[in-house]
Design a protein. Structure first.
Length: 135
């Protein structure tokens, strides 16, 4: 769905998140966005699950009139020094770019692509999903 026609619920689902400045192996993330503007995620650095002890909470929101989406990894300021991506988006609810900053304060650009539950499970198990198959 084109984001111009989207409402907040249009973004509910599973996403693969990539950093446009790094390879998939260097950095990727899975994310689940829920209807209550909450979500969970985990990151993979250099092919390995991040050092976080568990899936982390996020807060997200979509402003239809401004065509902006915000993803706050600090869970509304509860965790200091965490990433936040917030910006105007274009494209579809299945594939869009977003700018923001990483937890270290550096600017970042990510690409969010909607994925199936099968691909989500594959990524969580540190596999690579290609042509409908988990490797």
């Amino acid at each position: 769905m084109n984001v111009k026609n989207a409402v907040s619920d249009s973004f509910i689902g599973y996403y693969k998140v990539l950093d446009v400045h790094r390879t998939y192996k260097q950095y990727h993330m899975w994310m689940e966005l829920y209807a209550n503007n909450q979500g969970v995620y985990n990151e993979y650095l250099n092919g390995k699950k991040s050092i976080k002890p568990s899936e982390e909470d996020i807060y997200w929101k979509f402003n239809k009139s401004a065509q902006r989406i915000s993803i706050d990894y600090s869970n509304r300021g509860r965790k200091r020094g965490w990433a936040e991506f917030d910006g105007q988006i274009s494209g579809t609810t299945n594939h869009f770019n977003l700018s923001g900053h990483w937890g270290n304060g550096r600017n970042g650009d990510i690409v969010m692509t909607r994925i199936t539950k099968d691909e989500l499970v594959c990524i969580k198990n540190q596999g690579a999903f290609r042509n409908g198959v988990c490797y």
